[in-house]
Ligand binder design. Structure first.
Ligand SMILES: [Zn+2]
Length: 506
């Protein structure tokens, strides 16, 4: 595929050291709080990239770290320790905070169909590796001890700004003039590899090291974990654009100093999700999480669809109106697929091959996911059998990850069950009234469209569940309940009927 490389600053053919094998590293979350949907945009696009590389026939070996120590609020060496901040906020220990938010992160990922990387490594599990890494940097003369800490000496690196470009150099230094610099540093760009003395006296997690009791800096985590699990040469390193400086810049400096040769050939960065007032952050405005979207009645996959409709290299502005549009389009797409019958016709090899080639060309051009979705709409217009179209949609969805076939099957079954039970047809959008508390959950005048088709779909799913229970197919009934719960729809069974309501956000 062709992919933009932050290092070369151009779209280029993505090549790997070993043909057919991709080593891929992703900077994972700092687990001190819930991820907001802006953070998740990066993980979502990285997931599509991983799926696409696998779809092309590559074996992808992917590693992600979990930052549970050492990450300061400035991303550099100033500010507070994020984990300590989280622990203080919630009156818990750092490890309790880490465990809780790591789990919450992967629950959010699952809801967005973001696959968990095969290897997930908490930083605190690799302390000995970081110590050994820092020792090599000291031995090679790339690091120094000062004031009890160990620092990386950025002046020893030939091209420290290779990732940001030299235009950024002046800017970044100017910005950093304002920052109260650590007097132990010999140069502005030097950064901490190992802290023993810092302003965080109450730091809970400390380990013995040759330089005293302390803990690693944030940047060393990713270099240490990547080299340990993926070896000396890395094909692909991913993150959000805000990781480019200083985090990824420092990763390159220390990794190449340690290894003595170029390290990672391709850098993939996803741009920001902004809200209408600017960059999304945890500190201002409504804290946008997957749970919040669910509490407002959105299917998390509508957010995935929203992200796939735009290019990863452009900032994306989030608003509920924009999400509504994506949610409607996604729902319509599912409805059109549900209208196809898997029993009509058979898969068509020629059609599948043609779409596969078009999809590889479209999405393979710098991960153009929007064009991949457009192909689904072209597919629906093909003069082919229903089964042939569904087979192609299933194939493309291996990359898009929109659960198209599962959701269409559910909708189809619901509609059939409703029709069979003599109730209102989902397709007709009638107001079937099994639910006396319909929509009574979290309505807050937030402008979310809760029109009839969605209510009808929920009622149809409830009817399908009732039919499954009647047929003693309890597994299917439970599956439908779980599917609804995942969309924030909670059911209550009484002897007479089943009612539903929208769940409250966490
Ligand atoms: Zn990282």
């Amino acid at each position: 595929m062709k992919l933009y490389n932050t290092l070369s600053k151009k779209v280029e053919e993505f090549r790997t050291k070993t043909p057919g094998l991709v080593t891929m590293y992703t900077c994972g979350p700092t687990v001190y709080h819930f991820a907001h949907i802006g953070n998740l945009r990066s993980y979502l696009m990285e997931d599509v990239l991983e799926r696409f590389l696998a779809y092309e026939g590559n074996e992808v070996r992917r590693v992600m770290n979990i930052t549970d120590v050492g990450h300061l609020t400035s991303d550099a060496d100033t500010g507070e320790d994020k984990m300590l901040k989280g622990a203080r906020r919630e009156h818990k220990t750092v490890m309790e905070i880490a465990a809780y938010y790591t789990e919450a992160f992967f629950i959010d990922c699952e809801k967005l169909n973001i696959k968990k990387p095969a290897t997930v490594v908490p930083a605190t599990s690799c302390i000995a590796d970081f110590i050994a890494f820092v020792q090599v940097l000291l031995d090679k003369g790339f690091a120094y001890e000062a004031g009890g800490n160990v620092y990386f000496d950025a002046s020893k690196v030939k091209d420290y700004y290779c990732l940001t470009g030299h235009a950024a150099e002046a800017l970044k230094v100017a910005v950093r003039e304002d920052v109260s610099e650590d007097g132990n540093k010999r140069g502005k760009n030097d950064f901490v590899l190992w802290f023993t003395k810092s302003k965080f006296d109450e730091q809970e997690l400390k380990w013995p090291s040759p330089w005293g009791l302390g803990y690693p800096g944030w940047h060393i985590e990713c270099s240490g974990i990547s080299v340990k699990y993926l070896g000396e040469y890395l094909d692909l390193h991913c993150g959000g654009v805000d990781n480019i400086f200083p985090h990824h810049t420092n990763e390159i400096a220390q990794s190449e100093a340690y290894l003595g040769h170029p390290w990672c050939t391709h850098w993939f960065h996803v741009h920001h999700l902004n809200d209408e007032s600017g960059k999304m952050s945890k500190s201002k405005g409504e804290f946008l999480t997957v749970s919040l979207l669910e509490s407002k009645g959105y299917d998390p996959l509508a957010y995935r669809y929203f992200c796939l409709e735009s290019h990863y290299r452009k900032p994306l502005t989030f608003s509920f109106a924009a999400l509504d549009n994506a949610a409607k389009a996604y729902k319509k797409l599912i409805a059109r697929l549900a209208a196809l019958s898997p029993d009509k016709g058979a898969p068509d090899e020629a059609l599948s091959a043609r779409y596969r080639a078009d999809f590889l060309a479209a999405v393979g051009n710098d991960l153009n996911t929007a064009l991949g979705i457009t192909l689904l709409y072209s597919l629906l217009k093909e003069p082919a059998s229903d089964a042939a179209k569904l087979a192609v949609a299933a194939d493309l969805d291996r990359v898009l990850g929109l659960s198209l076939i599962e959701k269409a099957a559910l909708l189809r079954a619901s509609a059939q069950a409703t029709a069979g039970a003599g109730g209102a047809s989902a397709a007709a959008g009638g107001e079937a009234c099994t639910g006396s508390e319909a929509g009574s959950g979290s309505d807050g005048g937030d402008g979310v469209d809760r029109g009839d088709p969605e209510v009808a779909a929920i009622e149809a799913a409830i009817a399908a569940r009732a039919a499954a229970k009647k047929a003693k197919n309890y597994a299917e009934a439970d599956r439908i309940r779980a599917e609804l719960a995942a969309r924030g729809i909670l059911l209550t069974d009484t002897p007479e009927k089943t009612t539903w309501r929208r769940g409250e956000g966490k």
